[in-house]
Design a binder for this molecule. Structure first.
Ligand code: NCD
Ligand code: ZN
Length: 345
């Protein structure tokens, strides 16, 4: 039995680094093992909407990295939020400031999406998507819709026709359907062209809805999209470990303080960064595909974004440990659980 894994530094293509004070707490955790991480733009009080926001957020992140002992070689990849008001000019300026992608949150489906996109097909936003297609920069989509008489567990299903229509209307637009949670989403992404990919989180590979509401309400497993059924989880594990380059890591590590999670109308988001490579190693090993872990964590995402592969490695050893109940102000994913692989620094 293998007791050591040497892995190319990860590319975590979906991270919520937040703003200070959380930024200082959580960024060094991802920087320990990732070479790059995509910084999601749904920050508050200041969201990342323009070139100036991109430059400012990049500086905020760099400032924290500079204060981090052993800052490693971590590079944040910046994004802007695409709203109804986002013009082609805003997009082009943001790319010139270093943004690698635009992220669209449909209105009202997740944390800080109260000014999200209302219409994916308005003439104005179509111009913007066309500009993204022309420059070759990806549109990242939170693929859920909050429709009338639609349960939270069906929000991804009802988004998929929008994805199909977008892919048809913009055949060369790079699209990433983020944090997919259903078998249907896996199948839909598979059937589309090479320009359409999906990220998969570690927690959607572990959880079903039972782990959120089936045994008492477990707020720290609550996230959007909600974890679904067993068949959905099986399909996600199959997709992640299959060696299909359309599926790569985006952890959606989404820290919220304990108080913001353990209350009425608690925030959605799972803080998976402190256990990410460790739990992925466990999942891939159980699936009999440890040999494909690096493709998922460190190759397919880079290829999709046209980035060179990270150069450095990290090492995991087989040694049981218990995930702390709390790290700083946040309860991590799998708090109190025993994991089999440890990250050695
Ligand atoms: C994310 C957050 O907290 O910012 N929450 C979540 O439940 N996943 C936002 C998101 O990616 O949907
Ligand atoms: Zn997210």
């Amino acid at each position: 039995m293998q007791d050591k894994i040497i892995l190319r530094r990860l590319d975590d293509m979906h991270c919520h680094f937040r703003l200070d004070p959380l930024l200082t707490e959580v960024l060094p955790v991802t920087a320990q093992y990732a070479g790059r991480g995509i910084a999601m733009p749904n920050t508050r009080p200041r969201a990342i909407l323009t070139r100036n926001d991109v430059l400012w957020y990049h500086d905020e992140i760099k400032r924290v990295l500079d204060r981090t002992p052993n800052r490693f070689s971590f590079e944040p990849l910046m994004t802007i939020e695409v709203r109804d008001i986002t013009t082609p000019r805003i997009i082009i300026n943001a790319w010139q400031a270093g943004a690698v992608a635009g992220k669209a949150y449909p209105l009202g489906v997740t944390t800080n999406s109260n000014e999200g996109l209302r219409d994916f097909f308005s003439p104005k936003i179509s111009e913007t998507f066309k500009a993204m297609q022309d420059i070759g920069k990806p549109l990242l989509i939170h693929g859920e819709l909050d429709l009338e008489r639609t349960l939270v567990t069906k929000r991804e299903d009802v988004f998929l026709p929008t994805l199909l229509k977008l892919a048809e209307k913009f055949p060369n637009l790079k699209i990433v359907l983020e944090h997919i949670s259903t078998k249907k989403a896996v199948e839909t992404v598979k059937q589309l062209g090479k320009n359409v990919a999906a990220t998969i989180t570690a927690h959607h590979l572990c959880l079903t809805l039972n782990d959120v509401i089936g045994y008492g309400i477990q707020p720290h497993n609550g996230c959007m999209p909600m974890p679904k059924d067993f068949d959905d989880r099986d399909a996600l594990i199959e997709a992640a470990t299959s060696g299909n380059p359309k599926f790569f890591l985006g952890s959606d590590t989404a820290p919220h303080s304990r108080e913001k999670k353990e209350c009425s109308r608690g925030a959605c988001g799972v803080y998976s960064a402190p256990v990410l490579p460790q739990i992925l190693a466990e999942i891939f090993e159980k699936a009999g595909h440890l040999d494909r872990l690096e493709d998922f964590t460190s190759r397919f995402g880079a290829n999709f974004y046209d980035l060179p592969l990270n150069k450095d490695d990290i090492t995991l050893i087989r040694k049981e440990w218990t995930v702390p109940e709390q790290i700083g102000s946040v309860v991590p994913f799998l708090a109190g659980a025993k994991l089999q692989w440890q990250l050695v620094s």
